[in-house]
Design a protein around this ligand. Structure first.
Ligand SMILES: O=P(O)(O)OC[C@@H](O)[C@@H](O)c1c[nH]c2ccccc12
Length: 258
């Protein structure tokens, strides 16, 4: 599944007058043998696309819930190769695009070109690399382009206007609007200016704008979605799956339609 697959699903959601919902899960948490089952469950529950984390020992952008999931996954022996091999098995009957989220280190260890090529083979549509600064994108863009994988950029609340403009112009797949200052993890509320911030991003972004970090209730989903194209939810979903509460995950995803 190529980059274009992401454009198609977001367009479908928009044409239906709905908002996108992208759940994040940590590959290997709960056993790699259950990964494809979880992906299927999220797709059947109405996910627009799925963000799949590859665990890394020093996840600087992650809060406690995702850090813990990463440790569980690493302890279970999860590797880059094993994750890609596993998702490749169902690439032809997967209806929802997959986006990989990981850090630079595992990719450099694997080799950038080899990684991009393996992602293409596994049917991956996009990549999120939170520790890749705009100035260093040259390290990966050529390989990602060659293998038709979108580089999904993150905009911080604290990004300068010039930086925001540069990120919005280059955006592909979707533009990830980080809604809090800090790491991933559930939050009770958002800053007052969040609506204006998201609307301003949406006005200049080439790709759809999705809000993520701290989104953890159906109310948050509705609140933030009104200002942009949808949301990304990680910690709440990782925690619910860990506790075996699939219903909570399904209810959260269902809240994108209103
Ligand atoms: O967990 P939260 O607060 O719902 O945030 C989303 C997030 O988990 C997911 O998109 C993600 C997990 N790790 C990341 C690192 C950087 C950017 C994004 C992520």
């Amino acid at each position: 599944m190529s980059k274009a697959k992401l454009d198609t699903v977001f367009q479908t959601v928009e044409e239906a007058g709905e908002k996108a919902f992208v759940p994040y899960i940590m590959a290997g948490d709960g056993g790699l043998e259950n990964l494809n089952g979880r992906i299927r469950f999220l797709a059947e529950s109405g996910a627009t696309a799925i963000e799949l984390g590859i665990p890394f020992s020093d996840p600087v952008a992650d809060g406690p819930t995702i850090q813990a999931a990463g440790i569980r996954a690493l302890e279970a022996g999860t590797t880059v190769q094993a994750v890609l091999d596993e998702v490749a098995k169902e690439k032809d009957n997967r209806s929802v695009p997959l986006v990989i989220m990981t850090y630079l280190n595992p990719i450099f260890a694997y080799g950038v070109e080899a990684f991009a090529s393996a992602c293409e083979t596994a049917g991956i549509s996009g990549l999120i690399l939170p520790d890749l600064p705009l100035e260093e994108e040259g390290l990966v863009v050529k390989s990602l382009k060659k293998h038709d994988i979108a580089l999904i950029r993150l905009v911080a609340l604290t990004s300068t206007p010039e930086r925001i403009r540069a990120l919005a112009e280059r955006s592909e797949g979707f533009l990830y609007a980080v809604t809090v200052a800090g790491t991933t993890g559930e939050r009770a509320s958002f800053v007052d200016q969040i609506g204006t911030h998201l609307q301003a991003l949406k006005a200049i972004s080439k790709a759809p704008v999705l809000a993520g970090f701290g989104v953890s209730t159906p109310e948050h989903v509705k609140e933030l979605s009104q200002y942009c194209d949808g949301v990304v939810v990680g910690s709440r979903i990782v925690d619910a799956l860990y506790r075996g509460d699939k219903q909570q995950v399904a209810d959260l995803i269902a809240s994108r339609k209103y």
